[in-house]
Ligand binder design. Sequence first.
Ligand code: NAP
Length: 378
Amino acid sequence: MKRSPQNKEDLKDLAAKLDEQRNIIDAIDADILQLIDRRLLAAQEIGRIKKRQHARVLDNQRELRIFQKLFGLSEHTRLSKTALYKIFSAIISASRVIQKPASEASADPREAEIYAVLGHPVAHSLSPVMHSAAFSATGYDGVYLAVNVPDIGVALSGLKALNFKGASITIPHKIAVMEFIDEIDAQAEKIQAVNTVKNNDGRLFGCNTDCFGAISALSEKTVIKDKEVTMLGAGGAARAIGFGIRAAGGRLTIVNRSPQKGSQLAGDLDADFRPLAEVNKLDCHILINATSVGMFPDNDHVPLPQKFLDKKMVVMDIVYNPLKTKLLKWAETIGCATVDGVSMFVHQGAKQFEFWTGRKAPVEIMKMTVLAALEERG
Ligand code: NAP
């Protein structure tokens, strides 16, 4: 199609505007590079001063404080916390290299404490990136692996033989693992599932951090005591969460596809059971999806009809891939407060980290790492 002279003028003008913005970006990039260079110089100088003081050069606590400060500042920018975390992780690791604390060389894998997530399958587990980031951020000399184990009993014998210090236990082993553990904490015993194992010189301790993770994530958005809670699902995760809801004083109704499993769990938790067909008759302040409905690749699926949602509800989905499930998108659209599955995942992981290492978990770093990994997976 032939363009009019007017259009040609417009196109020229647009091309000039594009060049102008590109020049601005080139100039900013050059400035950023200079600023990074100045930052590296300062880091190098700090390294020299600390060596003269005979002090340790690497300071994980200082790195954590830098991230906390940056997360605060990022609220006034267009940069997401995840993007900021990726950028500054790279800059901080360049600073570490330039400080070259030879005597503080990074963990020798032969000396490091070894941990793993044991499941079947485990290829997509986000636990390795999350715990590796926590180890590195706190200076803990640990290595974390993902191990695909069809037989959890054999795997735990191997864990002891190889002197692994601990493990996360995931699908399908959370219940079966219990018979191979020497001591199980009271809460995990009540939930009847273990997702965390600690190896104390050949003696295995088990606990359940899913319950803590879910209740911590939900408590960031709402009080649970005396609230009407509707939970969809009656599987392993629902069991742990339901226990936490009851312990926190919530009134619980379970809704599940298989009525038999649903009423069994409701009986165990002193809760009510309703079939999905009756869900619209429920009074509900907090709605929790603890089924796998909506999980990748079934992103378009939702566990209940949209008309059930009300803007006064707090809606939690424990599915974390995708981060924003269709249920959470619906809930956000009508103005509900929402809690995503990553919050629960990170809080349960933070509790595992503290159980294993005795150190305070770098929760925000763990969350940023998981969000960045999810973003990379698309
Ligand atoms: P599970 O023990 O296998 O239980 C699955 C539950 O989902 C059951 O209640 C099952 O109902 C229900 N369900 C499955 N497909 C369904 C469908 N098409 N329609 C209706 N209900 C359906 O699994 P789980 O260990 O509890 O895990 C459940 C989900 O939570 C998974 O997506 C898992 O990745 C996620 N999770 C997240 C975290 C976190 O930290 N965010 C932690 C643990 C688990 P029936 O009883 O009728 O089969």
